[in-house]
Design a protein around this ligand. Structure first.
Ligand SMILES: [Zn+2]
Length: 282
């Protein structure tokens, strides 16, 4: 699932590629993906794309006073090309006057990606419920400390709760926690001042560096590089050696989410067998 760095680059490249383009036709390919009915998606036709942006894991396109907001979820993609949108897995297609087609597609069988068409982003209350993003200047160490003090989550659960911290998901939270040398299962309300400082620095530096690297790799294209090309330190690297200490990266599955970590760097050498059994190993 794309997170803050990926979607930031995607929004930037969408804006650069589409500003000034006129939408010839707008089609919903999977009615279940469209979460709004007024204004209809067809109303986007004839309008000129003026901007693109992002908030947490939502990407939006503004076309003449209407906003098309997309949440890609786990398997969604935005593709810009000259071919018609694929019939299989296609959710939405915007055909442009210049012959290009912007398609939102979703791989796999689970339909979770979603599209909204609104006149104002404020109509989407879910956007107003999102937590501050770590790259926001207002996201200070003090702000993070206040969020962590709420507790009630594992540290990993807290970092990925969009209502508390916007834009961080499964992959980059693993990377941030490794950089900060903190256990994914630590109690957030029990971190000391130095831990919070380290976590704050890791959030900001990991996400900024990821964004810069992705922007370079994408080279202005809307299609972003695959996860394997992102040079993760721990995420998805279970069984491989940690670049920092040489220990073997481990992972724990919770449902369909894999949490990767380095025991030496993050859990004082402890291997967490699974969430329930490792409850007291913090
Ligand atoms: Zn390590």
């Amino acid at each position: 699932m794309p997170e803050l760095p990926e979607l930031d680059v995607l929004a930037e490249n969408l804006a650069a590629q589409l500003q000034g383009a006129v939408v010839r036709a707008a089609r919903v390919l999977s009615p279940a993906a469209l979460k709004t009915f007024d204004p209809p998606v067809e109303a986007v036709a004839g309008r000129t794309v003026t901007a693109a942006g992002r908030r947490a894991k939502y990407v939006w396109l503004e076309a003449g006073g209407l906003y098309v907001v997309v949440h890609l979820s786990l398997g969604g993609r935005i593709v810009l090309g000259t071919r018609p949108a694929p019939r299989r897995g296609g959710l939405l297609a915007l055909e442009l006057e210049d012959g290009r087609v912007l398609a939102v597609t979703e791989a796999g069988t689970q339909r979770r990606a979603a599209v909204w068409v609104v006149r104002d982003l404020g109509e989407l209350t879910r956007l107003g419920e999102l937590g501050l993003e770590p790259t926001d200047p207002a996201f200070t160490t003090g702000h993070l400390a206040a969020v962590l003090a709420r507790g009630g989550h594992t540290l990993k659960g807290m970092l990925t709760d969009q209502r508390l911290i916007g834009g961080v998901g499964n992959a980059w939270s693993d990377e941030v926690l490794h950089r900060a040398r903190l256990s994914p299962f630590a109690r957030p309300d029990r971190l000391d001042g130095a831990d919070v400082e380290r976590l704050h620095a890791a959030l900001v530096t990991v996400l900024r560096a990821a964004r810069a690297a992705l922007a370079q790799q994408a080279g202005g294209r809307v299609e972003l590089p695959r996860a394997a090309e992102r040079g993760f330190a721990v995420h998805g690297r279970a069984g491989a050696a940690c670049f920092v200490c040489g220990d073997t990266i481990r992972s724990v599955w919770m449902g369909e989410r894999e949490t990767s970590y380095c025991p030496t760097c993050q859990t004082a050498g402890r291997v967490l067998a699974d969430r329930r059994r490792s409850r007291f190993l913090r």
